[in-house]
Design a protein around this ligand. Sequence first.
Ligand code: CU
Length: 178
Amino acid sequence: MSVDDRRALDDAEPAAPVLGEPGAELLFSAGQSAWLALISVGVLLALGISTVALFLAMSDDDSGGGAAAPAGPATSVEIEASEFAFDPSDVAVVADTDVAVTLDNVGAVEHNWTVLEAGTTIAEEAEFEPDTVVAEVAADPGASESGSVNLAAGSYQVICTIAGHFAAGMEGTLEVTS
Ligand SMILES: [Cu+2]
């Protein structure tokens, strides 16, 4: 390499930044880097948040599995009877399975949880016929009684057969599904 060659290089190199374009490119890529950094931080934050959420959801599943039971038809139900309602009034249970039914009478008079055969729906007490009963659990005031139902899939009406109670609001539904 001759002195002239070096001089030529020295002359050529400083010429480049003068063009402005490389500088502009540099600024642009600096801007891009800033955006990339921001986006990266955002993505990392989102990942972090979803990881925490996932962890919380998983630990929730581990700890609260038993409490979150009523997701589908039940294999056991507990119903409160009072003046004059069932709580819950609408119940969903599994078909063709012995389903334990507990009736807690928290009221001051006798109540019963009586299931009428599928297809029978009464609009008033006078329409009730005892031979349409497919299951019944009765409880004295303050008592808790247990029984069971084993029914085919279908929609059933539930009533309390004590005189005046149906009219006063003691009715509900029993959805039986497989
Ligand atoms: Cu009743």
